[in-house]
Design a binder for this molecule. Structure first.
Ligand code: ARG
Length: 459
């Protein structure tokens, strides 16, 4: 089969080389974007009089028939044609004859592929932001549903201070909102058109790059042709943002795995989001949460893979750049799948209120409030800390919690205690006492929830 670039060659390509260098196995994902880019390019070629309008029309029609077939899934691609760009160009020439060969006027595969990547990533990034908005909605709804529920708050995975369950969820709302913000910011750099850069130096034809940008909805064009065809920082930025997002998901998944264990028993994940064991009949495993946690690894890997590919490349295009695709595609699919499943898992999980109500009473997470109580009675905080530390030690050795102590026992530790001490250590009091911006007090959390609802609706 003759190659589109065969003129200079006297021998056919080695079969193994053909297979090794081909990207059609994965870049066929870019078919629609490639045709969109070509449609805009040929429109410009006609409008600028670089090729006759009549030829531009024929090419356009030919591309449209190919587009239909791509959408119907009826095209077959060949390794001989190496990549999606040449497969489509070959189809075009087969269908409309030699005039199809005019499409590549003033263009190189180097600016073409970079354009396809920008088009693809712009579309997918917007979809990921939409999925994030849906997840945020699921979190906000769940926070609202369980607005009165208190959960142990941890540091070092040791009981620290009780917090509202909604407060815990809103922490993730903050993280995922920033993830969405980061991706929206990355869109500014994805939204730049490389086409017109040619192979690396621009083109001898009087092209109108702004026209193509307008046609494809790009806000900007690359100002330097070598930059346009050789950098992939827009993908790196996406992969970095995706890695941070997956890290957030992974942490949350870890908590769901813990929370759904017998030891914690804070939530019950829906059957639809769990799987069983082939040997142990009693098992209900949180596979989805585990797998999302696990999949964060491949996304980090994709980021490091591309950073490593790029790190020593001389300007401008090098074939190494073909390695930019699989990691990006894989990341897009992984992130989209993880987000969709995670939102469903949150929406369907049940919070075990009775378990939580019991759990928050069975610890010393109200101890800080007791120290603060003594501070309010005039004791310096360091001394108060010491007194309560001793009191906790007393409780531990007597098998009691702070609420079980008699006033006499309190008084043995400090004469500052009075009967109001029991109100101060009540869990709801403890939670609501943190009535500062960003704190877990009910009043603050309700305000934060309202704000989160507004922000989510605006995404
Ligand atoms: N398949 C190639 C890639 O993904 C397209 C660009 C090829 N350009 C070239 N000069 N060989 O990077």
């Amino acid at each position: 089969m003759s190659k589109l670039w065969g003129g200079r060659f006297t021998k056919p390509t080695d079969k193994l080389v053909e297979e090794f260098t081909a990207s059609i196995g994965f870049d066929q994902k870019l078919a629609v974007d490639d045709i969109r880019g070509s449609l805009a390019h040929v429109k410009m070629l006609g409008a600028c009089g670089i090729i006759p309008q009549e030829d531009a029309n024929k090419i356009r029609q030919g591309l449209m028939t190919i587009l239909e077939d791509v959408k119907a899934g009826t095209l077959t691609y060949t390794v001989e044609n190496e990549d999606i760009h040449m497969n489509i160009e070959k189809y075009l020439i087969d269908r409309i004859g030699p005039v199809g060969g005019k499409l590549h006027t003033g263009r190189s595969r180097n600016d073409q592929v970079a354009t396809d990547m920008h088009l693809y990533l712009r579309r997918e990034t917007k979809q990921i932001v939409a999925l994030l908005a849906d997840l945020l909605q699921a979190l906000v709804d769940t926070a609202e549903k369980y607005i009165d529920v208190v959960i142990p708050g941890y540091t070092h995975l040791q009981r620290a201070q009780p917090v509202l369950f909604a407060h815990h969820l809103l922490a993730y709302v903050g993280m995922f909102s920033r993830d969405a913000e980061r991706l929206q910011d990355a869109l500014k750099r994805i939204d730049i058109l490389p086409l017109g850069a040619g192979a690396l130096a621009g083109t001898t034809f009087p092209i109108d790059r702004k026209l193509v940008a307008k046609e494809l909805g790009f806000s900007r064009i690359y100002d330097n042709s070598m930059d346009a065809v050789s950098d992939r920082d827009f993908i790196l930025e996406f992969l970095s943002d995706a890695s941070i997002l997956m890290m957030h998901l992974s942490r949350f998944c870890e908590e769901l795995v813990l929370w759904s264990s017998t030891e914690f028993g804070f939530v019950e994940l829906d059957d639809a989001y769990c799987t069983g064991s082939s040997i142990m009949p009693q098992k209900k495993n949180p596979d989805v949460a585990e797998l999302i946690r696990g999949k964060s690894g491949r996304v980090y890997g994709n980021l490091f893979g591309l950073l490593t590919v790029l790190k020593s490349l001389p300007l401008a295009y090098n074939k190494d750049l073909q390695e930019d695709k699989e990691g990006m595609f894989d990341t897009v699919e992984t992130v989209k799948g993880s987000l969709a499943l995670f939102a469903g898992m949150i929406r369907t999980m049940e919070v075990r209120k009775e378990r939580l109500a019991k759990a928050v009473k069975e610890d010393f997470s109200n101890a800080t409030d007791l120290a603060d109580y003594l501070v309010r009675k005039g004791l310096p905080f360091r001394q108060a800390h010491e007194v309560i530390g001793k009191l906790v030690l007393y409780c531990v050795s007597h098998g009691k919690y702070l609420a079980d102590l008699t006033l006499e026992e309190y008084l043995e530790h400090s004469s500052l205690f009075e009967a109001d001490v029991y109100h101060v250590i009540d869990i709801q009091t403890v939670v609501d006492a943190r009535n500062v911006h960003g704190g877990t007090g009910s009043e603050q959390v309700k305000k934060a929830l309202e704000k989160a609802k507004e922000d989510t609706a605006r995404l």
